[in-house]
Design a protein around this ligand. Structure first.
Ligand code: IMP
Length: 427
């Protein structure tokens, strides 16, 4: 990934999230000096397996498991202090030293308990199928210029005054929405007063930190959360998350200029999944949906919800290539398809009887498209021990070659299992 010309790379999900970014970032972090989360919050669940241990990282960058890597939570993230510190404590308990290796942007906004109450209340009428972590309401406050930022905790007396107004406002909205539970000012003051001293030790101007690192020739990996089709602007609105999950968001959310980014790797599963509401055009029929879910362990890492499963959708991935400027793909979970005799691939859509090459710009249209499938041969053999492309069965190589041609983007990595070593670098 990194070489003399590639010092700063972004890893994004190129479907609806859960593509296996955590594993990819963990593997690539070995070559990096910094790993940076730039958007989202505790709605993410990046799973990393090292030896016999499994870690699910929600807010902390997946680089934390490499001792030499400095981890940054950028300004574009919304930080839930409760999750952040329980994650840090859990890592310490499991022998991962984090002291001096974690920085949180002073400009990042905080997710507060009232954001979660608002998330639950608005779900009743909106039905997006959110993770319930308060993400949308926290970004609403940011955009509404009434958010509480990490850097604000340096002066708790000011925060108390802020909170009085913010909690009262949230309660007015909750009452209007008919919510049963209202927010408590004391709970908010106690929570932030409790976490402020600890959070203050991690707080930094992380944009400056990264700028200096780039100047010094360090290698930086920007770790996206969720997926391109959940992007606030480019995703299947309104069934999206509330941040910019695409590569453009990496510059804004990390606080560096876009010209610093040298490569953008899009992570795709060898099939497709989606959790939460909204259309999934290449959804498999019930028996295959069930089979993919079972083989792939397709249950939400944060919520435990079953993910809907379907076939690889080339229209989705071509769209992700376009909106992210992807320079390469990483195909994950190829091994999940090992036992399938035939594997459909969605090559495009039909809409009102006409072939439709581009991803529709309205969710209502996407709900009406009919997927057009090409059916490829399965390989009926285990791929999990392959470490080179030529160790894969020829039908598996043909499958990958077809995905690459349809996506019009080179495949750089193929992942064939959850372990770190189960990866095939390509080219
Ligand atoms: P929110 O981000 O909790 O507001 O949820 C908005 C939508 O994004 C819902 O459909 C969620 O299921 C989906 N979502 C949020 N985070 C993730 C993720 O990490 N993986 C997959 N889907 C996600």
């Amino acid at each position: 990934m990194f070489d003399d010309r590639t010092r700063c790379a972004v890893v994004v999900g190129a479907q609806w999230g859960d593509e296996g970014k955590g594993k990819l970032v963990d593997v690539l972090a070995e070559q990096a000096d910094f790993v940076v989360r730039y958007q989202g919050g505790a709605n993410a669940g990046h799973t990393v397996v090292t030896g016999d241990s499994q870690f699910i990282l929600r807010q902390i960058p997946s680089g934390i498991l490499h001792a030499g890597v400095t981890c940054v939570i950028g300004n574009g993230v919304v930080v839930d202090p409760v999750t952040l510190f329980s994650e840090l404590d859990a890592l310490t308990e499991r022998g991962v030293a984090t002291d001096g290796r974690m920085f949180v942007s002073d400009r990042a906004h905080l997710v507060l308990p009232f954001h979660k109450l608002l998330d639950a209340a608005s779900e009743k009428s909106q039905g997006i199928g959110t993770t319930g972590k308060g993400i949308g309401p926290a970004y609403e406050d940011k955009v509404g210029r009434r958010g509480v930022r990490v850097g604000d905790l340096r002066d708790m007396s000011r925060v108390r005054t802020f909170l009085e107004e913010r909690v009262a406002r949230a309660n007015r909205m909750l009452a209007m929405m008919g919510a049963a539970d209202l927010a408590s000012l004391d709970e908010h003051v106690d929570l932030l007063s409790g976490y402020a001293p600890r959070l203050n030790t991690l707080t930094a101007d992380t944009g400056l930190l990264l700028h200096r690192a780039l100047r010094a020739g360090k290698r930086i990996l920007l770790e996206g959360a969720q997926g391109s089709l959940l992007d606030l602007d480019h995703g299947t609105y309104p069934f999206v998350t509330s941040s910019s999950t695409t590569a453009g968001g990496a510059a804004v959310g990390a606080g560096i200029g876009p010209t610093s980014i040298d490569a953008v790797l899009g992570v795709v599963k060898a099939y497709t999944t989606r959790v939460g509401n909204g259309p999934l055009p290449s959804a498999a029929a019930p028996a295959d949906d069930e089979r993919l879910r079972k083989e792939g362990g397709e249950f939400g890492a944060v919520t435990g919800r079953p993910r809907r499963c379907g076939w690889f959708d080339a229209t989705v991935v071509r769209y992700a290539v376009r909106v992210n400027g992807l320079t390469g793909l990483a195909v994950t979970k190829l091994d999940v398809l090992d036992d399938f005799e035939k594997i459909p691939v969605c090559t495009g859509y039909e809409l009102d009887g006409r072939r439709c090459e581009e991803f529709p710009d309205e969710v209502e249209l996407l709900e009406r498209v009919k997927p057009v499938y090409e059916v490829l041969d399965g390989w009926r053999a285990s791929t999990s021990a392959a470490r080179r492309l030529d160790e894969l069965p020829s039908a598996a190589r043909a499958y990958l070659a077809r995905l690459e041609a349809l996506a019009e983007t080179p495949i750089r990595y193929v992942s064939v299992g959850t372990r770190r070593d189960q990866i095939i670098p390509v080219g």
